[in-house]
Design a protein around this ligand. Structure first.
Ligand SMILES: NC(=O)c1ccc[n+]([C@@H]2O[C@H](COP(=O)([O-])OP(=O)(O)OC[C@H]3O[C@@H](n4cnc5c(N)ncnc54)[C@H](OP(=O)(O)O)[C@@H]3O)[C@@H](O)[C@H]2O)c1
Length: 331
C-alpha cells in the first residue's frame, strides 16, 4: 500500500532554519471527495519566501502553521479525479505542499502543457518566478532600448528570466552573481553583457567597470552590501524594483540609502509581490511559454532527489547553494 510522505513544520526557527525544524510523517494516501482531484507530485518548488512563513510575524504571506504540512508549489500527475475539469493522467501545477500526494478542489490547480517543456518548468521560468521577473521588469523598470538593467541573483530562478527579458527588450543587461562559475554562465548562456562576482575581493571595481553608462533599472533580489553599491551607480530618473531581500531573510538588518540620493537622482523605488497581480499571470506565462518554445528563453535547475531532502534544500537555497531554480524531485 503506498503511503503519503509528508513534511510538517515541527517548531519555528529562533535563528537560522535547520532540518531539525521539520518532521517527516507517513499517512494514508487521501481519497478525493466529490469535486476533488488526487495529485501525485513529481516536483516540489523551494522558494525563498518559505523562510518568511516560518516566522510568526505579519507579512504578505500568512505564517506557516506549526504541525501542518509545509506549503509549497508542486507539479504532478492527476491519479484520480471527481472533477470534470481534470482527468487521470493530466499534468498539473498547484500548491500541493511538501508531500507526495495532495487532494485539491479545482481552486489553484491548473493543467499544463508538457509537450514542449518539462513539467517542472511551471515551477520556474514558466511559473511564479517567471511571472515575478516579467512583472518587475515590464511594469516597474520598463526598460528602453540601450538602457542598462542591473540584476542581482542574476542566475537564479527570477534573475535569469529578468536578464533574458531585458536583453530581448534591447537593453544592456548586467548581472551580479556569487562566484566565477555563475558569472561565466550568466554571460555565456543567459546573454548578460557583463556580470560582477559579489564574492570577489574586487567586486566594487568589477561592478563599476561593468556599468560604464550607470544603471537605469535595478532589479533587486538580494539586498545587503551589493545593493548599497548598486545604488551608487544609479542614473538620474532610474527605476528600482524591490523584488526580494534574501540576504536579510535570516535576520540580517536592511538599511535604506542616505535619503539625499532620492532627491539628487530623482529615482523611483517600488516593492512588489507577483501574487498581487494574478490577472497578469496568464498573459505573462503565455509570453514566457512562447519564448521558451522559440528557444529564446533558457534556465538551469538544481534538483535534489527525494522529498526527505526538502528541509536541507531550503537551508541551502537560503545560503545561495543553488544554481538556478531549486527543486526537489518527489518520485
Ligand atoms: N516579489 C515577489 O513576488 C517574489 C517572487 C519570487 C521571488 N522573490 C524574491 O526574489 C529573490 C530571488 O528568488 P529566487 O526564487 O529566484 O531564488 P534564486 O535567485 O534562485 O536563489 C537565491 C539566490 O540568492 C543569491 N544570494 C545573494 N546573496 C545571498 C545571501 N546573502 N544569502 C542567500 N542567497 C544570496 C544566491 O545567488 P548568488 O550565489 O548568485 O549570489 C542564491 O542562489 C528572492 O529574494 C525572493 O524572495 C520575490
Amino acid at each position: 500500500m503506498p503511503t503519503n510522505t509528508q513534511i510538517l513544520l515541527d517548531h519555528r526557527p529562533t535563528d537560522k532554519v535547520s532540518p531539525a525544524n521539520f518532521r517527516i510523517v507517513e499517512t494514508p494516501v487521501p481519497a478525493p471527495g466529490p469535486g476533488q482531484v488526487l495529485v501525485r507530485h513529481t516536483f516540489l518548488s523551494l522558494d525563498p519566501y518559505m523562510r518568511g512563513r516560518l516566522n510568526d510575524a505579519k507579512s504578505y504571506a500568512k505564517p506557516q502553521e506549526v504541525g501542518a504540512v509545509m506549503g509549497g508549489g508542486t507539479v504532478g500527475i492527476v491519479e484520480a479525479s471527481n472533477n470534470p475539469r481534470f482527468k487521470a493522467g493530466d499534468a498539473v501545477v498547484g500548491m500541493g505542499g511538501w508531500q507526495r500526494y495532495s487532494v485539491s478542489d479545482d481552486k489553484g490547480l491548473r493543467v499544463v502543457d508538457v509537450k514542449l517543456v518539462p513539467i517542472q518548468a511551471y515551477l520556474g521560468a514558466l511559473g511564479m518566478p517567471g511571472v515575478t521577473a516579467w512583472y518587475g521588469l515590464n511594469r516597474i523598470i520598463a526598460p528602453e532600448k540601450n538602457e542598462t538593467v542591473l540584476v542581482s541573483a542574476a542566475t537564479g530562478a527570477v534573475g535569469s528570466v529578468v536578464g533574458q527579458l531585458a536583453r530581448l527588450a534591447g537593453a544592456r543587461a548586467v548581472g551580479i552573481a556569487g562566484g566565477a562559475e555563475k558569472c561565466a554562465y550568466a554571460v555565456r548562456e543567459l546573454g548578460y553583457d557583463a556580470c560582477a562576482d559579489h564574492k570577489s575581493p574586487h567586486f566594487g571595481e568589477e561592478l563599476k567597470a561593468a556599468l560604464p553608462n550607470g544603471v537605469d533599472g535595478l532589479f533587486e533580489n538580494v539586498g545587503g552590501e551589493p545593493f548599497q553599491q548598486a545604488l551608487r551607480r544609479l542614473n538620474d530618473f532610474s527605476r528600482v524594483a524591490i523584488c526580494g531581500l534574501i540576504a536579510s531573510y535570516e535576520g540580517a538588518l536592511t538599511a535604506l540609502p542616505d535619503m539625499r540620493i532620492f532627491l539628487v537622482k530623482r529615482f523611483k523605488m517600488e516593492g512588489f509581490i507577483a501574487g498581487d497581480h494574478l490577472e497578469l499571470w496568464p498573459k505573462s506565462i503565455g509570453e514566457l511559454a512562447a519564448l521558451a518554445a522559440a528557444k529564446k528563453l533558457t534556465w538551469r535547475e538544481t534538483i535534489r532527489d527525494g522529498l526527505e531532502n526538502a528541509p536541507q534544500a531550503l537551508v541551502d537555497l537560503l545560503r545561495g547553494g543553488n544554481f538556478g531554480k531549486m527543486l526537489v524531485k518527489v518520485d
